[in-house]
Design a protein around this ligand. Structure first.
Ligand SMILES: Nc1ncnc2c1ncn2[C@@H]1O[C@H](COP(=O)(O)OP(=O)(O)OP(=O)(O)O)[C@@H](O)[C@H]1O
Ligand SMILES: [Mg+2]
Length: 279
């Protein structure tokens, strides 16, 4: 099974962290795959880290993904359990991670992920709002890219750029990376999607790559992280919980299964020599 998912979009505030943490919690609840999940926080701001470790202020974690990437500690020694969910561990972020952004090391996280992948059913990587080294590391390490986005005129150009980066990484560094899909988030539930924006989105992505579920704005989704809880633990009956739950059960897991099948077929073709594998 290939279950490493990078949650990416270099536009800021598109619901990456919110989706990453609620996806992690949803997968431990609703997926058949072994329920344990690791969240790797590649954003130096560490919002996912604060929520999962239950610390909004205070000292950053003493051991973090920064120490793992600079090879000061082993990946296993960087991992911490969370107060957020007993089935979710975290490789936390630290503000020092920012200094990695100036390096040229694009594939170091993939080695870390490879050494941890047998210990977890799912690995979710949250990324910062830029296309720098940290996001690239996540895409080189991942099996799947998931793009949360708002659906307005300002969001669309960023998506075009995001796809160019994904395609470049598929060509040069990670031929197994697949786009899991685009998830529209934070939509005002009172207004319909702008037709022209939907059309533009359709010009960039085939229809099957845009999830039908739309995550509308919901105050409970915003409140849950401050209580160090997933949306399902905070208020399982609220609209936000049912939107994320339905998306995971009815779309995410099915799409994942479909792409896994595609990957197996491609692997067989590579083994048979019909497709060339990268170095
Ligand atoms: N569906 C939603 N309804 C209401 N608020 C939301 C929703 N999704 C996210 N938010 C809130 O919007 C803000 C931005 O979301 P989030 O931090 O997940 O975005 P991000 O893409 O990770 O941001 P950044 O690019 O800065 O890392 C947060 O305060 C979050 O709580
Ligand atoms: Mg974030």
């Amino acid at each position: 099974m290939s279950n490493v998912i990078a949650v990416v979009n270099h536009k800021g505030g598109t619901g990456k962290t919110t989706t990453a943490i609620n996806l992690a919690a949803g997968l431990t609840r609703y997926s058949d795959v072994t329920s344990s999940c690791l969240l790797i926080d590649m954003d130096p701001h560490g919002c996912a880290t604060s929520t999962l470790l239950g610390k909004l202020d205070g000292e950053p974690p003493a051991r973090s993904v920064f120490d793992v990437l600079r090879r000061a500690i082993t990946p296993q020694d960087g991992i911490t359990s969370t107060i957020y969910d007993e089935n979710i561990d975290i490789l936390p972020a630290n503000p020092s991670l920012e200094s990695m952004a100036k390096t040229q090391i694009h594939d170091r996280l993939s080695k870390v992920v490879a050494s941890l992948s047998t210990s977890y059913g799912w690995i979710i990587i949250d990324t910062p709002p830029d296309l720098g080294v940290l996001t690239q590391n996540a895409l080189v390490a991942a099996d799947y890219a998931l793009i949360p986005t708002q659906c307005n005129g300002l969001a669309v150009p960023a998506l075009r750029q995001m796809m160019t980066v994904i395609e470049r990484i598929q060509e040069r560094q990670n031929m197994w990376l697949q786009l899991l899909g685009v998830l529209i988030t934070m939509k005002d539930g009172r207004t319909p999607l702008q037709k022209n924006v939907r059309k533009e989105l359709g010009n960039i992505f085939p229809a099957q790559d845009i999830f039908k579920t739309i995550i509308t704005t919901n105050i409970k989704i915003e409140e849950a992280p401050a209580n160090f809880q997933s949306i399902y633990a905070y208020d399982s009956g609220c609209l936000g919980a049912s939107l994320y739950r339905d998306w995971i059960k009815k779309e995410f897991l099915k799409k994942h299964q479909k792409l896994e099948k595609k990957k197996v077929e491609r692997r067989e073709a590579v083994e048979a020599g019909a497709i060339e594998e990268e170095e």
